[in-house]
Write a protein that binds this ligand. Structure first.
Ligand code: DP6
Length: 401
């Protein structure tokens, strides 16, 4: 269908972070970023964590440029180049099929991009998924591309294609060599399971760990466990996890989430030389969750960990306050008592002496820096407000948009 609306030359969008409950780890094609197994994630709410990106095109720009968190970055990075190439290819394709007559010149225009996170990058929270999803979504708007953007986001970072949708999202691995069927798809919208809550426990990390890209490459080359997982475990788990979400079966959802996180970290240990992303605090959080669940005689809380020591906790609204009190008891804030909990408000409660005894943990002060309380959220959004643009009329970053 021909677009009647003239194309915007400057667009600002936001995109969410996602956290996988069935993990992606390993590529079958490094260049196209095609995974060895499907994965499934929960999109987190942008009120707490999001990337905001402005893209502008103009005949006056002489080169493509990008600023991340205010700093100009090298636009020649291969993944960035892949995203730009891909979006321009789609725009050209659309034009040649007669869909984009309203935008004849813009394809030759250079683009300026500015992107910021509303959460500290230093916290070690995965920002590349939100960042590349936001880039793909914003570039699509500015170049007048419609339809699924999995391919564009994926070329930036595999997990980014899952941040293109809200709610519960699967990334189907696909079978084709060209990756055309390796796409993200929403399996349930953000309002599907309103009781679900997410707590991010930001753990102090002493040293920098190996990044996902290099880590999974070594795993694919050396871990027989990873091969077994991808071929024989994940296909069943994808079906089971989808069922748990559809039926809002928290107990099984929680158990499978923990098992899949543990298996991912087991494949890291099976990598040679081994990789370990968890630290002592991560392991103490695992112990805390299991003791909490054992005390209650049911699975009320689940943990999952990506390529770093931070824990992401899933629970239901009726359990948040008690679990936060348990974390505070085991990891008392070192200095910032009042800033320990960010995000959604949580009413403070006292821990029962029975639960304290059941946790049986020596407190480790300061080991958890802070908690971000959030929930399931929607996919990328276009910001209509012109004041939101990160780039000024001159195409350069604004000081205080
Ligand atoms: C452990 O998407 O960051 O978070 O495709 O190389 O950019 P690249 O890797 P990336 O890997 C994420 C791995 C994970 C699990 C997951 O999100 O599924």
């Amino acid at each position: 269908m021909a677009s009647e609306k003239p194309q915007d030359l400057v667009v600002t969008c936001t995109a969410p972070v996602n956290i996988a409950v069935i993990k992606y780890w390993g590529k079958r094609d490094e260049a196209l970023i095609l995974p060895i197994n499907s994965s499934l994630s929960v999109t987190l709410h942008q009120d707490q964590l999001k990337t905001i990106t402005t893209a502008a095109i103009s005949k006056d720009f002489t080169e493509d440029r990008i600023w991340l968190n205010g700093q100009e970055e090298d636009v020649g990075q291969p993944r960035l180049q892949a995203c730009l190439r891909e979006i321009r290819r789609l725009a050209r394709k659309r034009r040649s099929t007669g869909d984009g007559d309203a935008l004849p010149l813009s394809l030759s225009y250079k683009v300026h991009v500015a992107s910021e996170n509303n959460f500290p990058t230093a916290a070690g929270l995965a920002s590349s998924a939100a960042g590349y999803a936001c880039l793909a979504y914003t570039l699509a708007r500015v170049y007048g591309v419609e339809g699924d953007l999995s391919e564009v986001a994926r070329r930036g970072s595999g997990s980014a294609c899952r941040s293109l949708y809200g709610g519960f999202v699967e990334w189907q691995m696909g079978e084709q060599a060209d990756g055309k069927d390796s796409i993200a798809r929403q399996i349930a919208p953000e309002w599907h399971w309103p009781q679900l809550r997410v707590l991010i426990l930001v753990v102090s990390a002493e040293k920098k760990q190996m990044g996902s890209t290099a880590g999974m490459q070594t795993s694919v080359e050396t871990s027989t466990l990873l091969k077994f997982r991808a071929e024989s475990i994940v296909p069943e788990r994808m079906k089971e996890m989808t069922r748990c979400i559809q039926e809002r079966d928290f107990q099984t959802f929680a158990q499978l989430t923990m098992k899949d996180s543990n298996q991912f970290h087991a494949t890291c240990l099976d990598t040679f030389p081994p990789i370990s992303y968890l630290n002592d605090t991560s392991r103490r959080i695992i112990q805390l969750v299991h003791r909490f669940n054992t005390h209650h005689g049911q699975t009320k809380v689940a943990y999952t960990f990506d390529a770093g020591p931070n824990a992401v906790i899933f629970t239901l609204d009726d359990t948040v306050a008690e679990f936060v009190a348990a974390v505070r008891h085991s990891f008392p804030p070192a200095t910032n008592g009042d800033k320990f909990l960010k995000g959604l408000p949580v009413t403070p409660v006292l821990l029962s002496s029975e639960l304290k005894a059941a946790l049986a943990m020596e407190p480790s002060p300061g080991a958890v820096q802070y908690i971000i309380a959030t929930q399931v959220g929607p996919g990328p959004q276009v910001l209509d407000n012109a004041h939101a643009h990160l780039l000024g009329p001159d195409g350069l970053p604004q000081q205080d948009p």
